[in-house]
Design a binder for this molecule. Structure first.
Ligand code: UTP
Length: 456
């Protein structure tokens, strides 16, 4: 668009104020601002503002919310692993890590994926994930794609890190970076776009659901489809224990013809602050912890366990065709609108505003809004100690200490070592599971010092 066209477009949408400081901008900043303005979908923004007071498809009434049936760890049919392995052999599975978050609670000054979590090796989270993908690629003689979703905050450092580390042994073409989208914020009363500074819109990440739309909008989904990918394994960067594309899980997903399959970790206490999978009006959905009334949090099933205990560790397997459906046309994920305090630059007064009450609307997509759109779904139990060691905080629960302890305990269990043995860390290139670890480790192995079992 030329500048004149862009101005006319913004004027037609009552957003001409963004140009008020234009003439004073240096040439280079004008070009960047032009590009930023061109990228905003003003029609979408108008629609969101018009509907700002309409509730998002609200949770159904309590009588329409039921516990979701979950396949227990001991109930996996033996055929599933074979079916999953076949899909892996055929190169039908890609791994997708979401790594766009700012990791504010952890207080690490780089993207979280660079955090040295390895308890002995100090391997980064990215190294551990990439080595799992490499080990699977070796095992199934394929080049499993690793899709890395970044954000403006994490993109450059992430890409540089993969280059510096030689892609951790993966082929460079196997790793596909794509960036999470951003959304502008609007003045609450007028719907006008807010600016961060002269010549700069106030933009923020568009939420974890932006992963799915970015896959589509970047053209990556079409590329993956053309290369024969059928299933996409989704996980978060901050969980070093995740079993990427676990063959039994892939097989269960395929055998049940599920459009989206999710792992769940059973909650043991009502106050665990985790969203749970539940049946919402007969469809699979997630009820966030903050939306759960106390009586639901505490409700017990006949066997005395929590009725709503299917905790969500954010591990999903999506069918590629399903992802196409929920990112295009009428089924495309819808934005949630939230009222927030947004400090911003006011071009009419040339002053920065620091609001004390909510002054703005922000918009986010949630990945779990995709779940109720699936016609067939599956929830599969996994054990916390096997697959969930979230790295969220600097100390205490879900911290580097707790995640490293879980990694060491898993290595001890895999090798049959007694509790209290010296720390052991197993690289995914050494073993991906207990059977492989047992088969590969020397007979009677007893670590005398902290030990890293690496590729050799
Ligand atoms: P969290 O919600 O735990 O956020 O992200 P975070 O950024 O890691 O940490 P805090 O809340 O700032 O302390 C869960 C996963 O979702 C990704 C993160 O990278 C992590 O893998 N994420 C989060 C994104 O990719 N984009 C976002 O905008 C937010």
């Amino acid at each position: 668009m030329t500048l004149a066209e862009l101005k006319a477009h913004y004027t037609a949408h009552r957003q001409a104020h963004v140009f008020s400081g234009w003439d004073a901008l240096p040439e280079k900043e004008r070009a960047a601002f032009h590009a930023q303005l061109e990228a905003v979908d003003l029609k979408l923004i108008d629609g969101l503002f018009a509907k700002r007071n309409e509730p998002f498809a609200a949770m159904p009434a309590r009588e329409y919310i039921d516990p979701l049936p979950v396949v227990g760890v001991a109930e996996v049919p033996p055929s599933s692993k074979t079916a999953g392995e076949l899909a892996l052999w055929n190169g039908e599975v890609a791994a997708l890590v979401v790594a766009g978050g700012q990791g504010t609670r952890l207080g690490f000054d780089k993207p979280k994926g660079l955090f040295p979590i390895g308890p002995v090796s100090e391997a980064s989270l990215f190294q551990i994930h990439a080595e799992k993908v490499l080990a699977l690629s070796w095992k199934y003689e394929t080049e499993m794609p690793l899709l890395v979703m970044t954000s403006d905050a994490t993109h450059t450092e992430t890409v540089e890190f993969f280059h510096e580390e030689g892609f951790f042994g993966l082929a460079e073409t196997q790793v596909k970076f794509f960036r999470q989208g951003t959304m502008p914020a609007l003045d609450l009363a007028s719907g006008k776009l807010l600016l961060e500074a002269p010549g700069k819109l106030f933009l923020s990440p568009n939420g974890h659901g932006g992963t799915l739309t970015a896959l589509q909008d970047s053209g990556l989904l079409a590329e993956l489809e053309a290369s024969g990918i059928k299933h996409i394994f989704y996980f978060q960067v901050d969980n070093p224990l995740v079993k990427i594309a676990d063959p039994a899980f892939v097989g269960q997903h395929i055998e049940s013809r599920s459009e989206v399959s999710s792992k769940v970790v059973f909650k043991e206490k009502p106050e665990e602050k985790v969203g749970v999978l539940a049946l919402l009006d007969g469809r699979c959905g997630i009820v966030e912890y903050s939306d759960m009334p106390a009586e639901m949090l505490n409700e017990l099933a006949d066997d005395g366990t929590l009725a709503f205990r299917a905790g969500n560790p954010a591990i999903h397997l999506f069918d590629l065709q399903f992802l196409k459906r929920v990112t295009t046309g009428p089924d495309r994920l819808a934005f949630h609108t939230a009222k927030k305090k947004v400090p911003h630059y006011d071009p009419t007064t040339a002053m920065t505003v620091a609001p004390t009450v909510e002054n703005a609307l922000k918009f986010e997509l949630f990945v779990f809004d995709a779940l109720p759109l699936a016609d067939r779904w599956l929830a599969v139990q996994t054990l916390r100690e096997d697959e969930f060691a979230p790295l969220k905080n600097a100390t205490g629960a879900d911290s580097p200490d707790s995640a490293r302890a879980l990694m060491i305990e898993q290595a001890h269990r895999w090798l049959g070592l007694p509790v209290g043995s010296k720390p052991v860390e197993i690289s995914p290139l050494y073993a991906l599971n207990a059977e492989e670890a047992k088969a590969k480790s020397p007979k009677g192995f007893k670590p005398k010092e902290p030990t890293y079992l690496g590729e050799k």
